[in-house]
Write a protein that binds this ligand. Structure first.
Ligand SMILES: O=P(O)(O)OC[C@H]1O[C@H](OP(=O)(O)OP(=O)(O)O)[C@H](O)[C@@H]1O
Ligand SMILES: O=c1cc[nH]c(=O)[nH]1
Ligand SMILES: [Mg+2]
Length: 233
Protein backbone atom coordinates (compact mmCIF):
# COMPACT_ATOMS: atom_id res chain seq x y z
CA UNK A 1 0.00 0.00 0.00
CA UNK A 2 1.52 3.33 -1.06
CA UNK A 3 1.02 6.59 0.91
CA UNK A 4 -0.58 9.27 -1.25
CA UNK A 5 1.68 12.14 -2.30
CA UNK A 6 1.66 15.07 0.15
CA UNK A 7 0.39 15.11 3.71
CA UNK A 8 -0.53 11.90 5.55
CA UNK A 9 -3.43 13.63 7.31
CA UNK A 10 -6.59 14.65 5.51
CA UNK A 11 -10.34 14.97 5.72
CA UNK A 12 -12.26 12.37 7.71
CA UNK A 13 -14.00 11.02 4.61
CA UNK A 14 -11.88 10.31 1.56
CA UNK A 15 -14.09 9.87 -1.52
CA UNK A 16 -12.62 8.30 -4.63
CA UNK A 17 -11.37 10.86 -7.13
CA UNK A 18 -14.23 11.67 -9.48
CA UNK A 19 -16.90 10.01 -7.33
CA UNK A 20 -20.10 11.97 -6.74
CA UNK A 21 -20.71 13.07 -3.16
CA UNK A 22 -22.63 10.31 -1.30
CA UNK A 23 -25.36 12.94 -0.73
CA UNK A 24 -26.14 12.65 -4.45
CA UNK A 25 -28.15 9.54 -3.55
CA UNK A 26 -30.59 10.10 -0.67
CA UNK A 27 -31.09 6.34 -0.32
CA UNK A 28 -27.35 5.67 0.11
CA UNK A 29 -25.46 5.73 3.41
CA UNK A 30 -21.63 5.76 3.44
CA UNK A 31 -20.70 5.66 7.14
CA UNK A 32 -17.97 8.07 8.21
CA UNK A 33 -15.83 5.52 10.06
CA UNK A 34 -12.04 5.37 10.23
CA UNK A 35 -11.99 1.58 10.73
CA UNK A 36 -14.08 1.00 7.60
CA UNK A 37 -11.69 3.14 5.56
CA UNK A 38 -8.65 1.44 7.14
CA UNK A 39 -9.84 -2.06 6.27
CA UNK A 40 -11.09 -1.06 2.83
CA UNK A 41 -7.64 0.33 1.97
CA UNK A 42 -6.08 -3.08 2.62
CA UNK A 43 -8.90 -4.86 0.77
CA UNK A 44 -8.33 -2.75 -2.34
CA UNK A 45 -4.58 -3.39 -2.37
CA UNK A 46 -3.69 -5.72 -5.23
CA UNK A 47 -0.87 -7.18 -3.09
CA UNK A 48 -3.29 -8.42 -0.39
CA UNK A 49 -3.34 -12.24 -0.57
CA UNK A 50 -6.55 -14.25 -0.64
CA UNK A 51 -6.49 -15.32 3.03
CA UNK A 52 -6.09 -11.73 4.23
CA UNK A 53 -8.71 -10.57 1.71
CA UNK A 54 -11.20 -13.05 3.18
CA UNK A 55 -10.45 -11.98 6.73
CA UNK A 56 -10.86 -8.29 5.85
CA UNK A 57 -14.13 -8.98 4.07
CA UNK A 58 -15.44 -10.74 7.17
CA UNK A 59 -14.36 -7.84 9.40
CA UNK A 60 -16.07 -5.37 7.07
CA UNK A 61 -19.16 -7.60 7.13
CA UNK A 62 -19.34 -7.25 10.91
CA UNK A 63 -18.79 -3.47 10.88
CA UNK A 64 -21.24 -2.83 8.04
CA UNK A 65 -23.90 -5.06 9.63
CA UNK A 66 -23.56 -3.06 12.84
CA UNK A 67 -24.15 0.12 10.83
CA UNK A 68 -27.05 -1.39 8.87
CA UNK A 69 -28.84 -2.36 12.09
CA UNK A 70 -28.12 0.90 13.97
CA UNK A 71 -31.72 2.17 13.92
CA UNK A 72 -33.79 -1.02 13.93
CA UNK A 73 -36.92 -0.89 16.14
CA UNK A 74 -36.47 -2.43 19.57
CA UNK A 75 -38.64 -3.64 22.42
CA UNK A 76 -38.24 -2.59 26.04
CA UNK A 77 -37.49 -5.48 28.42
CA UNK A 78 -36.31 -5.90 31.98
CA UNK A 79 -33.37 -8.17 32.75
CA UNK A 80 -32.03 -9.33 36.08
CA UNK A 81 -28.31 -8.63 36.38
CA UNK A 82 -26.38 -10.32 39.21
CA UNK A 83 -27.03 -7.10 41.21
CA UNK A 84 -30.42 -5.66 40.25
CA UNK A 85 -33.07 -5.30 37.56
CA UNK A 86 -32.08 -3.28 34.51
CA UNK A 87 -34.17 -1.78 31.76
CA UNK A 88 -32.90 -2.90 28.39
CA UNK A 89 -33.93 -2.92 24.73
CA UNK A 90 -33.79 -5.88 22.37
CA UNK A 91 -34.53 -6.65 18.73
CA UNK A 92 -37.87 -8.52 18.48
CA UNK A 93 -36.21 -10.86 15.95
CA UNK A 94 -32.76 -10.83 14.39
CA UNK A 95 -33.04 -9.97 10.70
CA UNK A 96 -32.41 -12.60 8.05
CA UNK A 97 -28.99 -12.38 6.38
CA UNK A 98 -28.95 -13.13 2.65
CA UNK A 99 -25.60 -13.71 0.95
CA UNK A 100 -25.30 -13.21 -2.78
CA UNK A 101 -22.91 -15.96 -3.91
CA UNK A 102 -20.08 -16.18 -4.11
CA UNK A 103 -18.54 -12.97 -2.83
CA UNK A 104 -21.34 -12.27 -0.35
CA UNK A 105 -20.17 -15.31 1.64
CA UNK A 106 -17.14 -13.28 2.72
CA UNK A 107 -19.36 -10.60 4.26
CA UNK A 108 -21.73 -13.20 5.72
CA UNK A 109 -19.07 -14.66 7.98
CA UNK A 110 -18.62 -11.32 9.76
CA UNK A 111 -22.32 -10.47 9.72
CA UNK A 112 -23.05 -13.72 11.55
CA UNK A 113 -20.49 -12.89 14.21
CA UNK A 114 -22.71 -9.95 15.28
CA UNK A 115 -26.09 -11.58 14.47
CA UNK A 116 -25.46 -15.20 15.50
CA UNK A 117 -29.14 -16.16 15.64
CA UNK A 118 -30.04 -14.72 12.25
CA UNK A 119 -31.47 -17.18 9.76
CA UNK A 120 -29.43 -17.23 6.55
CA UNK A 121 -30.47 -17.25 2.91
CA UNK A 122 -28.33 -17.79 -0.18
CA UNK A 123 -28.85 -16.46 -3.69
CA UNK A 124 -26.42 -17.70 -6.34
CA UNK A 125 -25.91 -15.21 -9.14
CA UNK A 126 -23.14 -15.00 -11.69
CA UNK A 127 -22.64 -12.11 -14.06
CA UNK A 128 -21.95 -12.91 -17.72
CA UNK A 129 -18.74 -10.98 -18.25
CA UNK A 130 -19.70 -10.20 -21.88
CA UNK A 131 -23.32 -9.09 -21.54
CA UNK A 132 -23.01 -8.07 -17.84
CA UNK A 133 -26.39 -9.77 -17.23
CA UNK A 134 -26.72 -11.83 -14.02
CA UNK A 135 -27.98 -15.39 -14.17
CA UNK A 136 -29.36 -17.23 -11.17
CA UNK A 137 -28.16 -20.73 -10.22
CA UNK A 138 -29.54 -21.26 -6.72
CA UNK A 139 -32.00 -19.67 -4.28
CA UNK A 140 -32.45 -20.88 -0.70
CA UNK A 141 -34.36 -18.58 1.62
CA UNK A 142 -35.54 -19.46 5.12
CA UNK A 143 -39.28 -19.58 5.90
CA UNK A 144 -41.02 -17.07 8.16
CA UNK A 145 -39.53 -13.90 6.72
CA UNK A 146 -42.77 -11.94 7.25
CA UNK A 147 -41.92 -11.38 10.92
CA UNK A 148 -38.42 -10.07 10.31
CA UNK A 149 -36.43 -7.93 7.89
CA UNK A 150 -33.67 -9.03 5.54
CA UNK A 151 -30.16 -7.69 4.95
CA UNK A 152 -28.78 -8.57 1.51
CA UNK A 153 -24.97 -8.86 1.44
CA UNK A 154 -22.79 -8.50 -1.65
CA UNK A 155 -19.45 -6.66 -1.55
CA UNK A 156 -19.75 -5.28 -5.10
CA UNK A 157 -22.52 -3.07 -6.53
CA UNK A 158 -21.32 -2.47 -10.09
CA UNK A 159 -23.96 -2.13 -12.86
CA UNK A 160 -26.58 -3.06 -10.25
CA UNK A 161 -28.02 -5.93 -12.28
CA UNK A 162 -27.20 -8.57 -9.66
CA UNK A 163 -28.41 -6.43 -6.74
CA UNK A 164 -31.74 -5.62 -8.42
CA UNK A 165 -32.32 -9.34 -9.11
CA UNK A 166 -31.28 -10.45 -5.60
CA UNK A 167 -33.47 -7.88 -3.86
CA UNK A 168 -36.45 -8.85 -6.05
CA UNK A 169 -35.98 -12.49 -5.01
CA UNK A 170 -35.84 -11.57 -1.34
CA UNK A 171 -38.88 -9.29 -1.56
CA UNK A 172 -40.87 -12.12 -3.15
CA UNK A 173 -40.42 -14.03 0.14
CA UNK A 174 -42.27 -11.21 1.97
CA UNK A 175 -39.84 -9.83 4.57
CA UNK A 176 -40.93 -6.88 6.73
CA UNK A 177 -38.17 -4.76 5.18
CA UNK A 178 -35.01 -5.12 3.07
CA UNK A 179 -31.63 -3.35 3.32
CA UNK A 180 -28.70 -3.80 0.93
CA UNK A 181 -25.12 -3.86 2.24
CA UNK A 182 -22.04 -3.67 0.03
CA UNK A 183 -18.40 -2.65 0.35
CA UNK A 184 -17.80 -0.78 -2.89
CA UNK A 185 -20.56 0.84 -4.94
CA UNK A 186 -20.46 2.44 -8.37
CA UNK A 187 -22.79 5.41 -8.96
CA UNK A 188 -24.38 3.50 -11.85
CA UNK A 189 -25.29 0.58 -9.59
CA UNK A 190 -26.62 2.76 -6.78
CA UNK A 191 -28.83 4.69 -9.22
CA UNK A 192 -30.17 1.48 -10.77
CA UNK A 193 -30.84 -0.26 -7.46
CA UNK A 194 -32.60 2.75 -5.92
CA UNK A 195 -34.67 3.26 -9.09
CA UNK A 196 -35.82 -0.38 -9.06
CA UNK A 197 -36.23 -0.64 -5.27
CA UNK A 198 -36.67 2.88 -3.81
CA UNK A 199 -37.79 1.37 -0.49
CA UNK A 200 -34.46 -0.42 0.03
CA UNK A 201 -31.75 1.64 1.77
CA UNK A 202 -28.21 0.99 0.50
CA UNK A 203 -25.18 0.98 2.78
CA UNK A 204 -21.66 1.05 1.30
CA UNK A 205 -18.16 1.49 2.71
CA UNK A 206 -17.30 3.56 -0.39
CA UNK A 207 -18.95 5.24 -3.34
CA UNK A 208 -16.39 4.90 -6.12
CA UNK A 209 -15.94 6.83 -9.38
CA UNK A 210 -17.64 4.59 -11.93
CA UNK A 211 -17.29 1.53 -14.15
CA UNK A 212 -14.65 0.65 -16.72
CA UNK A 213 -15.40 -0.72 -20.20
CA UNK A 214 -15.68 -4.27 -18.77
CA UNK A 215 -18.16 -3.25 -16.08
CA UNK A 216 -15.61 -3.32 -13.24
CA UNK A 217 -15.78 -0.73 -10.49
CA UNK A 218 -13.00 1.90 -10.64
CA UNK A 219 -10.90 2.12 -8.54
CA UNK A 220 -12.76 -0.81 -6.90
CA UNK A 221 -10.84 -3.84 -5.76
CA UNK A 222 -11.02 -6.20 -8.75
CA UNK A 223 -13.14 -9.35 -8.81
CA UNK A 224 -14.23 -9.90 -5.22
CA UNK A 225 -15.32 -13.52 -5.71
CA UNK A 226 -12.06 -14.49 -7.38
CA UNK A 227 -9.93 -12.73 -4.76
CA UNK A 228 -11.95 -14.27 -1.93
CA UNK A 229 -11.74 -17.83 -3.22
CA UNK A 230 -8.40 -17.73 -5.05
CA UNK A 231 -9.92 -18.37 -8.49
CA UNK A 232 -8.40 -15.43 -10.34
CA UNK A 233 -7.04 -16.53 -13.75
O1 LIG B 1 -23.60 -5.05 -10.25
P1 LIG B 1 -23.24 -6.12 -11.21
O2 LIG B 1 -22.76 -5.56 -12.53
O3 LIG B 1 -24.33 -7.14 -11.41
O4 LIG B 1 -21.95 -6.87 -10.65
C1 LIG B 1 -21.83 -7.20 -9.30
C2 LIG B 1 -21.81 -8.68 -9.12
O5 LIG B 1 -20.59 -9.23 -9.65
C3 LIG B 1 -19.94 -9.99 -8.64
O6 LIG B 1 -20.34 -11.31 -8.65
P2 LIG B 1 -19.91 -12.32 -9.83
O7 LIG B 1 -20.97 -12.35 -10.89
O8 LIG B 1 -18.52 -12.00 -10.28
O9 LIG B 1 -19.96 -13.71 -9.11
P3 LIG B 1 -18.91 -14.32 -8.05
O10 LIG B 1 -19.20 -13.65 -6.74
O11 LIG B 1 -19.22 -15.76 -8.04
O12 LIG B 1 -17.51 -14.02 -8.53
C4 LIG B 1 -20.37 -9.32 -7.36
O13 LIG B 1 -20.14 -10.08 -6.22
C5 LIG B 1 -21.82 -8.99 -7.63
O14 LIG B 1 -22.69 -10.07 -7.35
O1 LIG C 1 -15.62 -4.50 -9.91
C1 LIG C 1 -16.33 -5.53 -9.89
C2 LIG C 1 -17.52 -5.67 -10.64
C3 LIG C 1 -18.25 -6.81 -10.54
N1 LIG C 1 -17.81 -7.80 -9.76
C4 LIG C 1 -16.68 -7.70 -9.02
O2 LIG C 1 -16.31 -8.63 -8.30
N2 LIG C 1 -15.96 -6.57 -9.11
MG1 LIG D 1 -16.85 -12.68 -9.71
Amino acid sequence: MQPPPGSSSGPAAVPSAGAPAPGAFPGLVVPDHALLRHKLAALRDRETPSAAFRRLLAELGALLTAEATRDLPQEAVRVATPLAEAQARVLPAEPCLVAVLRAGLGLLEGARSVLPEAPVGHIGLVRDERTLQPSEYVVRLPPGLARRGAIVLDPMLATGGSAVAAVARVKAAGPAWVRFVCVVAAPEGVARLLAAHPDVPVLAASLDSGLDARGYIVPGLGDAGDRCFGTEG
